[in-house]
Design a protein around this ligand. Sequence first.
Ligand SMILES: CC(C)(COP(=O)(O)OP(=O)(O)OC[C@H]1O[C@@H](n2cnc3c(N)ncnc32)[C@H](O)[C@@H]1OP(=O)(O)O)[C@@H](O)C(=O)NCCC(=O)NCCS
Length: 186
Amino acid sequence: MADGYKTVAYSQTTLSELMIPSYSNFGGKIHGGVILSLMDKVAYVCAAKHADAYCVTASIDTVDFLAPVEVGEIVSLLASVNYVGTSSLIIGIKVVSENVKTRVMKHTNTSYFTMVALDDNNKPVQVPGLILQNSNEIRRFYEATRRKEFKKVYKAEQIKIKASTDIEDYLETLKDERCVIEGKFA
Ligand SMILES: CC(C)(COP(=O)(O)OP(=O)(O)OC[C@H]1O[C@@H](n2cnc3c(N)ncnc32)[C@H](O)[C@@H]1OP(=O)(O)O)[C@@H](O)C(=O)NCCC(=O)NCCS
C-alpha cells in the first residue's frame, strides 16, 4: 500500500440490525431517526478506520427515504470512503432492508456523510489519502468532487436568499402558493 494512503476496502463497513417493535412509530413503520442514527454509527466506524482517529459528523447530504422499513426486517448499512480531502472524508452509505421470510430486499436510501478527523486537541487532522482500485471507486470519488462544487453554488444561493429583504418580492413569489396573507405589508 502506498505510504500515507489506504484502500477503500480497508475501511469498508457493514452494520446489520434487526428492526424491533420499540423502533416503530404509530403507523407501525420504523422511525426515520432510528435509520439516521444507524447511518451515523456506520459512517463513524468507516471514517475512524480510515483515519485512525476520532471523527465527527460535519454534514449529511440529503436523506430521502425511498421505502418504509417494517418491524421484523433486517436493515443493513454498507459504508465506504468515497472521497478524502485534507481532514474530511465523505462516506457513502447504502441502506437496504430485508424481509427474512421472503428474502425480498429493498433499497431504502443512499446518503453521503462528511466526517472530519480530529486530533487529541479536537483540531482537524490530516487523514490518509485513498487508493482507488476499480471504476466504481473512481466514479464515487469523482461524483463527490462534483457534489462539493454543487454545494458551494447551493450555499451561495442560500446566502442570497437570506439577504433578500424585499417584501414585494416575497409577495410576488407567494402569490401562487397555498397561503393567505392577512394584513397589509405592501
Ligand atoms: C466539523 C468541524 C470539526 C470543522 O471544524 P472547522 O474549525 O470548521 O475546521 P476547518 O474549517 O479547518 O475544516 C476542516 C475540514 O472540515 C470540512 N468541513 C467543515 N465544515 C463542513 C461542513 N459543514 N460540511 C462539509 N465539510 C465541512 C472542511 O471543508 C475541511 O475539510 P478538509 O480538511 O478536507 O479541507 C467543526 O465544525 C465541528 O466540530 N462541528 C461539530 C461536529 C459535531 O459535533 N458533530 C456531531 C453533530 S451532533
